[in-house]
Ligand binder design. Structure first.
Ligand SMILES: [Zn+2]
Length: 241
């Protein structure tokens, strides 16, 4: 009887893998789960360096199978992938006993500009930060940082232009107060220019910072593609000026 019932419940629970569409009752099928696991870094924390003046918890390597699901999260309207990533990052954080070592962090996501967020429908960093904080039991404050200036995607710029591009891109919410050290959360770490800009702003306000947590760390040689939503179609006329 029990096996009959579990068989029936299996039938109802079956849906498809968020990555490869194979039928599975999990968010990702066992095959994709295994592939994604190979992208998890060890050690997870990079000590402070000129690129990140505070510790950087970087859960995975961008140039692995994680790359595809991050692109799905950002460009294919799959916010649930962000929830999954935040939860998996939190599991690794807890396994490393970091929640015991640092029990009072305040999680703040790197914000998107309002217009860009309206286009996408969500800020992926906020979704990751929310599920990460919830799983661990950290406080989460999504609106502490505000992106006040629209900036060019960082990957379209040379190294020198990146910091300039971000200058005065963020501001702090007027009523923001905390006595907890901040953990900034973002989806990808490339050159660190975005995080350094946010850190500088917090430091100028004498706010204490633990460091940052990102889903993936890209290598400096990683090439990024523009949003597929922005790409022109194959047959679109080529505009010349
Ligand atoms: Zn799969």
């Amino acid at each position: 009887m029990q096996s009959f019932l579990s068989h029936i419940s299996q039938l109802f629970l079956k849906s498809s893998c968020q990555s490869c569409q194979r039928p599975t009752s999990e968010f990702f099928c066992p095959f994709c789960q295994a592939q994604l696991q190979t992208g998890i870094r060890s050690p997870l924390i990079d000590p402070p360096s000129p690129l990140h003046p505070f510790p950087l918890f970087a859960w995975g390597t961008y140039d692995t199978n994680l790359r595809q699901i991050i692109q799905q999260l950002k460009y294919k309207n799959q916010p649930a992938i962000g929830t999954w990533l935040g939860t998996e990052m939190a599991k690794s954080w807890i396994n490393a006993k970091l929640h015991q070592q640092f029990p009072r962090l305040l999680v703040i996501p790197i914000p998107m500009h309002k217009r860009k967020q309206q286009q996408r429908g969500y800020n992926q960093a906020e979704i990751i930060a929310h599920s990460f904080a919830r799983q661990i039991g950290y406080h989460h404050q999504p609106n502490a940082l505000i992106r006040i200036r629209e900036t060019q995607p960082q990957f379209e710029l040379g190294l020198d232009d990146r910091t300039q591009n971000l200058e005065s891109a963020f501001s702090l919410a007027l009523n923001f107060r905390t006595n907890r050290p901040i953990l900034l959360v973002d989806d990808i770490f490339t050159t660190g220019a975005t995080l350094r800009t946010a850190i500088k702003l917090l430091e100028n306000q004498n706010i204490s910072i633990w460091g940052s947590a990102v889903t993936t760390r890209a290598s400096p040689n990683t090439t990024f593609e523009a949003s597929p939503l922005k790409r022109t179609t194959k047959n679109a006329p080529i505009l010349k000026n």
